[in-house]
Design a protein around this ligand. Structure first.
Ligand SMILES: Nc1nc2c(ncn2[C@@H]2O[C@H](COP(=O)(O)OP(=O)(O)O)[C@@H](O)[C@H]2O)c(=O)[nH]1
Ligand SMILES: [Mg+2]
Length: 590
């Protein structure tokens, strides 16, 4: 198999599916069979969800049509898309509408009846979503594209619907265009989605509508704004004309397609889809398969070797195995203990970072409030109150939003290293069990330590509470009752107290959210790794004890079983070699 063959998810998944079918034929253990079936399920369903986001009329649907290479979804001047539309690979065009209590297949020309605001205002037909299957090579990579109703149109329910879909997204395309450049609504939306989506592609659409200079200006402006929101410099922005790209593809007009500038974007998107997610999934599955195959090989070898030994020898081996497994059980617990210790330390780093955030940001916030107060104290109380409130809101929002991203990355890195160390310790323990038992039974099984790339993904969804200090009510009351200067001083005092309280509250919430996430990831990962060893140990012991019991009652049907076992071992050895080979290639391509 060459690298080109495995460079996309679907061919990789297909190949794995065949291997799993083959492995299933040789597996007796029910747990393993269930695990294998789950993997097959995963391969089919583990679609990468690419969501297209942006304000209405930026050209989201046109861009999707351009990527698919066909005029599939309805586009238009008025807000057109009012329903979540999921587009997946299928051998032929097929459209299915899902409502709360019914679903049906419809012809393409009927699609607008359900998905457009004009034909289905406020989603009065109660459609939950539409699924489109389409034979586009783009979708063959294992991704599904999701068209969303644009945010910020007069149809508020559209914005809500788009929001509700965000947690499903693996990556997003965020569309803006020069007519007009990025708006406040889009900025607010972006602030929100960067918590939900790990990877965002920024596309600057409709470049055909402006001159090159205007285009550059608009991109420069949007880039500055976005970089500030995202909190990282040098974001990549893809200038395209979705309209020309679609026209170019539809009419096989290479020049127009070239001018549309879609291809560089499409290439990057494909590379991302192929490598980052698809091959990662395959890689994880290959590693799990290797564990299963090797365990099965171990059990088969133990059985085979047991034919040649006496009952006394069998009893001795049984006892030795029991002792070995007891000893490794202790080591397994030590490893878990070490993991928990490291996680506690990570939690204390989190506390330290939060304290630091408070130290760095709280004082400047209070200073800024005082400064603003001084500059505006001659204003009316109500205006002064509003000023202070706005200042506090944007300060806290800014301080937290960039900190959350940075802290998330920092914690992710440390957690990844911790889990990595734990996984290596557990893998060597597993390896040690296998090598000692195979030595005792006098057969060899190639050493294999899982080199699974581990990545702890914290992806914290953290929304800031509404930051409001309700100075208005206060100011009205105060201005009626108190001399103006005193009232203003009181407003300042209240603003300062509120600022401290709000900052503290957000620190508490951030700490809780991060801390929960770390514990959850570590515990899920720990249980997974523990189970590999626990289950393997149980099976080994059961097999050896069963063999001893069979010997005692001389019920072994040696001749028949020996031939079957030899055959099984040969097949499993071949699969094992194939998996090791496959693993190397996928790891090289990831
Ligand atoms: N000139 C130009 N018009 C575009 C482009 N992309 C989309 N449009 C037009 O913008 C309008 C809105 O497009 P649509 O895809 O429905 O936007 P959506 O609401 O974001 O899905 C339609 O009239 C499109 O033809 C483009 O690249 N250039
Ligand atoms: Mg649309």
């Amino acid at each position: 198999m060459d690298i080109a063959m495995i460079s996309n998810y679907s061919s990789c998944a297909q190949k794995l599916n065949v291997l799993i079918e083959e492995i299933k034929k040789h597996i007796e253990n029910n747990n393993q069979l269930i695990a294998l079936e789950r993997m097959q399920d995963n391969l089919i369903h583990n679609q990468f969800v690419l969501v297209v986001l942006g304000q209405f009329k930026r050209g989201k649907t046109t861009l999707i049509n351009a990527l698919l290479g066909g005029e599939i979804l309805p586009t238009g001047i008025a807000p057109m898309t009012s329903i979540i539309t999921i587009i997946k690979y299928g051998k032929q065009l097929k459209i299915k509408v899902f409502a709360m209590d019914w679903e049906k297949e419809i012809p393409l020309q009927d699609l607008p009846l359900y998905t457009t605001e004009a034909n289905n205002p406020k989603n009065e037909k109660n459609i939950s979503h539409v699924e489109v299957e389409y034979p586009s090579s783009f979708l063959l990579q294992g991704a599904s594209i999701v068209d969303t109703p644009g945010i910020g149109s007069i149809h508020e329910h559209n914005t809500k619907l788009t929001h509700s879909y965000l947690p499903n997204a693996d990556a997003a395309i965020f569309l803006i265009s020069p007519d007009p450049p990025i708006t406040q609504i889009e900025c607010d939306f972006l602030k929100d989605i960067r918590y939900h989506v790990a990877k965002i592609f920024f596309v600057h659409n409709k470049i055909d509508k402006v001159t090159a200079d205007e285009c550059e200006e608009s991109i420069a402006f949007s880039r500055t704004v976005i970089e500030k929101i995202i909190g990282s410099p040098n974001i990549v922005m893809y200038p395209v004309s979705a309209y020309n790209a679609l026209a170019g593809k539809l009419h096989y007009d290479a020049e127009t397609l070239m001018k549309s500038n879609l291809l560089p974007f499409e290439d990057q998107l494909k590379i991302f889809l192929m490598t980052k997610k698809g091959l990662q999934i395959c890689n994880n599955i290959i590693n799990k398969l290797l564990t299963i195959v090797r365990e099965e090989l171990l059990i088969a070898q133990i059985k085979l070797k047991s034919f040649a030994i006496s009952l006394q020898e069998s009893e001795e081996k049984s006892l030795r195995t029991l002792n070995l497994l007891k000893e490794t059980e202790q080591q397994r617990m030590d490893n878990v203990y070490l993991l928990n210790g490291e996680i506690r330390q990570l939690q204390s780093f989190l506390l330290r970072d939060i304290e630091q955030l408070k130290q760095n940001k709280m004082q400047p916030l209070l200073r800024e409030l005082l400064l603003l107060y001084d500059m505006n104290k001659n204003q009316k109380s109500i205006t002064l109150g509003k000023f202070l409130e706005n200042c506090m809101r944007s300060y806290i929002e800014e301080a937290f939003s960039s900190w959350i991203i940075e802290e998330g990355k920092r914690l992710e890195e440390m957690l990844t290293a911790i889990l990595d160390r734990f996984a290596i310790r557990m893998a060597s323990l597993h390896e040690r069990i296998i090598s000692l038992i195979s030595r005792d039974f006098d057969f060899s099984l190639d050493s294999y330590i899982q080199k699974q790339p581990i990545k702890a993904e914290i992806n914290l969804i953290f929304e800031l509470d509404e930051i409001k200090i309700h100075l208005e009510e206060l100011t009205e009351l105060l201005t009626r009752l108190l001399p103006r200067q005193i009232a203003k001083k009181l407003i300042l005092q209240k603003a300062i107290r509120q600022a401290e309280m709000l900052f503290d509250k957000h620190c508490g919430r951030a700490r809780y959210a991060f801390s929960q996430k770390i514990d959850q990831i570590a515990s899920e990962f720990g249980i997974l790794q523990e189970n590999i060893i626990k289950l393997a140990s149980e099976r080994i012991l059961q097999t050896i004890q069963m063999i001893t019991a069979e010997k005692e009652h001389s019920t072994q049907n040696a001749v028949l079983e020996e031939a079957a076992l030899l055959n099984k071992i040969e097949r499993l050895n071949t699969i094992n070699a194939e998996l090791v080979d496959f693993s190397g290639q996928v790891a090289g391509a990831v």
